[in-house]
Design a protein around this ligand. Structure first.
Ligand SMILES: [Fe+2]
Length: 231
């Protein structure tokens, strides 16, 4: 039998350029569930280099399924809640934020972390702000851009891009978002829109891994991560 050989294959190729894994966002495969998305995120964040477009695409491709995330969706009647889903081996925190009707955040920074925000339910409005300059201290901050994200869309922000405020624009429907922060942080800066003055604030979890956080406990301990991974 004759075997056809292709002239297109270079026979004496001295070197192949090896593509780094998780670097080409056109090759992202759709995760079929939140669990698959989390497994993939663990692999990606195992490396110290992270491709923002790749993660954004991966989170966009996951089709929100309430069954996957309802155990983390815990609402407070007065303000939005943060509910830890996965502590990413210390490399990232993945959490579900629950926004009651018209709930919103303050203007805030992100502690030098990458911040991805995917809409799981409802829609979300984001206002982007520049960092206040020293000259502008005492004057009010106005947004440079407003974006609305519908279900399944994914936004990205970092301190390099600026500051933002996030809100559920609906007065009749709740909203749920999935946030990934890398590296994890438990403090950020909150800004007073009227003056541009900032305060350092602790960020806390309403629940962790589906269980209500005891009063006064906000940091994610190594032991808690280990327990979660063993469950
Ligand atoms: Fe944010």
């Amino acid at each position: 039998m004759e075997i056809e050989s292709s002239n297109n294959i270079p026979m004496e190729c001295g070197f192949h350029e090896v593509e780094e894994p998780y670097s080409d966002h056109t090759k992202v495969v759709r995760p079929k569930s939140l669990e698959e998305l989390i497994q993939e995120l663990h692999k990606i964040f195992d490396s110290d280099k992270v491709n923002v477009d790749y993660v954004k695409r991966l989170m966009t491709l996951y089709i929100s399924n309430r069954k996957d995330w309802k155990k983390y969706a815990k609402f407070d009647p007065h303000r939005y809640t943060r509910n830890l889903v996965d502590a990413g081996n210390g490399k990232f925190n993945l959490m579900v934020l629950c926004w009651g009707e018209a709930n919103g955040s303050s203007i805030h920074s992100h502690a030098n972390a990458h911040c991805f925000m995917k809409v799981l339910d409802g829609s979300i409005r984001e206002e982007l702000y520049d960092w206040p300059s020293e000259d502008s201290t005492g004057t009010s901050m106005s947004p440079r851009q407003k974006n609305t994200y519908e279900k399944n869309r994914c936004a990205y922000i970092s301190d390099e891009i600026g500051l933002h405020r996030v809100e559920n624009p609906s007065h009749s429907d709740k909203a749920v978002t999935l946030h990934l922060y890398s590296p994890p942080f438990d403090e950020c800066e909150s800004f007073d829109q009227r003056t541009g003055h900032k305060n350092t604030v602790k960020v806390t979890f309403w629940s962790k891994f589906g269980k209500r956080t005891p009063y006064g406990v906000c940091a994610t301990t190594k032991e808690e991560r280990k327990n979660a991974e063993n469950n």
